[in-house]
Every structure is written in structure tokens, then in C-alpha cells.
Design a binder for this molecule. Structure first.
Ligand code: ATP
Ligand code: MG
Length: 394
């Protein structure tokens, strides 16, 4: 029995003329994600993507897991490929779906015949398969309105396919169709979720992490790498820049009012990240900020941070509650890594009473005490990158 994966395309089917490009990027992404799993033929026909194992070594279980994390796929199913004859369809349906059919009480059969030379029409196929399943599984009943399972039989140009349930895909649009952006990533809960949200909209990611050795440990940096590897399950491989930041923090501590510390630090992060983003041909920055979550994320504070960035700054979590963000982080597998207890560069110099309604003029005049360009330059000179995740992007 030959099992394959059938993929239904997501929102991109609506994109008119761009559709072909989107489809091509999706196919490329699927091929790349499945490389190393023993060989799969990936092709489209009749607005469905077919993922077909090429050898005994092809790992279908692993492929199913990978496919569930590829953006641009709304749903997919495992299907059994059979010869295009009513006999093979009838012989195989019950065997292939036996495990599921034993566990449910009601079913219906839906058929589609796109190969009009097949000598039975759709209602005839459904009736024959339904009858056969009722014989093989006498506990079953047909329920056309609310069946526990819908068995689908499709007779297409190059084969017939039988499938049971449909699995949810990751949704979104294919990574690589939405431009490139740099995510400012900490070891917290929010920024990995923000990265995932933007990848879901087709954005290819570069990551920038500010680390403060000797105040922060090697392990804290490893935590961020682990987070990105998890995000990369969805986003493809990611280049991560680590920027030593302690000298900037010390300069701010020594020369600026304590209540502006976090805000001025954020502005430095933006400046440095924007330079790296340009180098990486990114057109936007991404942060995990959520309005009102902490003092540096009030509307006034965000305005001060934004003032140093020329690129658009995307904040996909801006209107979300912490509980909503946590729910996503659990779903995508970053939560358990995020709550590991390693110091972040932001937690080591936290002011007791940060200013929540800062004015830009006040912040700018405080920064006059610093050699802003010199500090940024030093950060850029000391930045190092590594590649996180598979051996190719997307
Ligand atoms: P997170 O959970 O993402 O750390 P947070 O709620 O803790 O977010 P802050 O610590 O105020 O918020 O950080 C706000 C945003 O600034 C983060 O979402 C992230 O985009 C960026 N950021 C914070 N710390 C760092 C860091 N060490 N390196 C890179 N970016 C950072
Ligand atoms: Mg944080």
C-alpha cells in the first residue's frame, strides 16, 4: 500500500497573478524541509501538492511532522494511492482506514472524479465504497450531516486516492514571499512568538541578540539559539547575530538618568539592529513588544524607541495579552525554553522607577552625554553570527 501526503494550499490561492510565484516558493520550501528524510517527489497538479515517497527509506511520519510546520499550507492529509479501478478502490479503502474506522461510529463517503474517463461517476463511487465499508465494519452507520469521519475518494489523472481525516496545516503564506526582516530576539517569551508571527506572513528572518558578558552567561546565549532553532522549524534556517552590549549598558549607567536607562538602551538596540538589518538586506525590524506590558512599552516609550529607526518596526504582539502570547508560545514549542532561568541583558540593570511617559526631547538630551556613534560602531565591530537550523534557508 503506497501512502502519500496531499496538501491543500492556503490563502495564497487568492493571490491572483502572484499565485504561481507563491506556489513555486512553497514547493521549494517543502522540498528543502523534507531533504534528509529519505527522498520525496514533490509536485503540483490540479491545485493540490503531492508529496510522494521515493524509496523504502522515505520517512513519511517525519515528513508529516515537517509539513505541519510549513507556512502556506492550510490543511493536508495522508492518502493511499491505488490503481484506478473500482476493484482496487473497494479492496483498499477498508484496509487503509481500518484503524480509524474501528474507532468511530458514523461516516460518509465523498468522491471526486476529475478523470472523466473513469467509468463510474462520483455518486456511484461513493455508493459503492459506502456499501463496502458497511459490510466490512458492521458497527458503522452512515451520517451525511455530521459524520465522525469523511472518507474521500479522488480519481485523478494519474491515480486514485483514498483518505480519511484532514490535518490542520500551519496556515499563513510561504516563507520567502514576504520580504526579509530582522527580529530583535531576547531569551523571553515574547520575541520568539513575534518572530513566528512574521514568518507566518512569509517573512524571512535574520536575528539580532544583545548579550552582556560577563554579566550574562554562555548558557543565556545558548538559550536564544535553542529558541531560534525552534522558531526555525517553521521559519527555516536563521542567521543569528550576537552583539556584545555590556559596554553600552555601562556607559548609559554612568552617564544618563536611571529612570531613562531602559529606554536609551532600547534605542541603542534599534540603531545597531538596523545597521545589521541593512547589511542583511532586510527591510524591517521586528520586536516582541506589547502595548503597556512594561514601562518601556507604553505608547510614549515606543514613540521614543521608534524615533531612531528609519525602517518600519513591526510589533506583531502589540495588541495581544500575555495569556494569548503564552498560548502561541506553547503551541509552537518555545515556551519551555523561554522559561529556563538564565539572565537576559535587560534584567541585569533594571531601574527601580522607569519613566513611563518620557518625552523625546528629554531622552535626546540625556543621550548627548554619550558617544552614540562610537558605541554603535563598537557593537557592530564586535557582532558575530552563526547559522541556526537546517543547512539551507526555508
Ligand atoms: P521578550 O519576552 O521578548 O524578552 P519582554 O516582554 O521581556 O519581551 P522587553 O524585555 O521589554 O520585553 O523587550 C522588548 C523587546 O525588545 C523584546 O521583545 C525584543 O524584541 C527586544 N529585546 C529585549 N531584550 C533583547 C535582547 N537582549 N536582544 C535583542 N532584543 C531584545
Ligand atoms: Mg525580555
Amino acid at each position: 500500500m503506497k501512502e502519500i501526503i496531499l496538501v491543500k494550499l492556503g490563502e495564497m490561492v487568492l493571490k491572483g497573478l502572484n499565485r504561481k510565484t507563491f506556489e513555486a516558493v512553497l514547493i521549494k520550501n517543502i522540498r528543502r524541509r523534507l531533504s534528509g528524510l529519505g527522498g520525496f517527489d514533490v509536485r503540483t497538479a490540479q491545485s493540490t501538492v503531492y508529496i510522494i515517497p521515493e524509496s523504502e527509506d522515505s520517512d513519511l511520519e517525519a515528513a508529516v511532522d515537517k509539513v505541519s510546520k510549513i507556512f502556506g499550507i492550510i490543511s493536508f492529509s495522508r492518502a493511499c494511492e491505488v490503481e484506478k479501478s473500482m476493484d482496487s478502490i473497494l479492496q483498499t479503502a477498508g484496509d487503509y482506514l481500518a484503524d480509524t474506522l474501528r474507532e468511530v461510529k458514523t461516516f460518509k463517503v465523498e468522491s471526486k472524479r476529475s478523470d472523466k474517463t473513469f467509468p463510474f461517476n462520483s455518486p456511484q463511487i461513493s455508493a459503492a465504497v459506502g456499501e463496502r465499508l458497511l459490510q466490512e465494519f458492521p458497527h458503522l452507520h452512515v451520517d451525511v450531516h455530521h459524520p465522525d469521519i469523511t472518507v474521500t475518494v479522488e480519481v485523478r489523472d494519474f491515480g486514485a486516492y483514498i483518505r480519511g481525516g484532514v490535518l490542520p496545516g500551519a496556515g499563513g503564506i510561504p516563507v520567502g514571499t514576504g520580504g526579509r526582516a530582522a527580529i530583535l530576539i531576547s531569551g523571553g517569551i515574547d520575541s520568539p512568538v513575534a518572530a513566528w508571527c512574521m514568518a507566518k506572513r512569509g517573512v524571512e528572518l535574520t536575528a539580532v541578540h544583545f548579550a552582556s558578558p560577563p554579566y550574562t552567561s554562555e548558557r543565556a546565549e545558548q538559550k536564544v539559539k535553542d529558541l531560534l532553532a525552534q522558531v526555525g522549524e517553521y521559519a527555516g534556517w536563521i542567521r543569528m547575530y550576537t552583539v556584545p552590549f555590556a559596554h553600552v549598558q555601562e556607559a548609559i549607567m554612568e552617564n544618563c538618568p536611571e529612570d531613562l536607562f531602559t529606554l536609551i538602551m532600547r534605542r541603542f538596540m534599534m540603531r545597531v539592529a538596523e545597521q545589521i538589518a541593512r547589511r542583511e538586506e532586510c527591510d524591517a525590524l521586528i520586536t516582541g513588544e506589547s502595548l503597556g506590558q512594561v514601562a518601556s512599552q507604553t505608547m510614549k516609550a515606543i514613540a521614543c524607541t521608534d524615533a531612531v529607526a528609519e525602517m518600519p518596526v513591526f510589533r506583531p504582539l502589540i495588541g495581544m495579552d500575555k495569556a494569548e502570547i503564552v498560548a502561541i508560545s506553547r503551541k509552537i514549542g518555545t515556551f519551555d525554553i523561554s522559561i529556563e532561568p538564565y539572565e537576559d541583558c535587560c534584567t541585569i540593570f533594571t531601574p527601580k522607577h522607569p519613566r513611563t511617559r518620557p518625552s523625546l526631547a528629554l531622552v535626546e538630551s540625556a543621550e548627548l552625554e554619550l558617544d552614540v556613534d562610537g558605541l554603535v560602531k563598537e557593537c557592530l565591530e564586535q557582532a558575530r553570527w552563526v547559522r541556526i537550523g537546517g543547512n539551507r534557508r526555508a
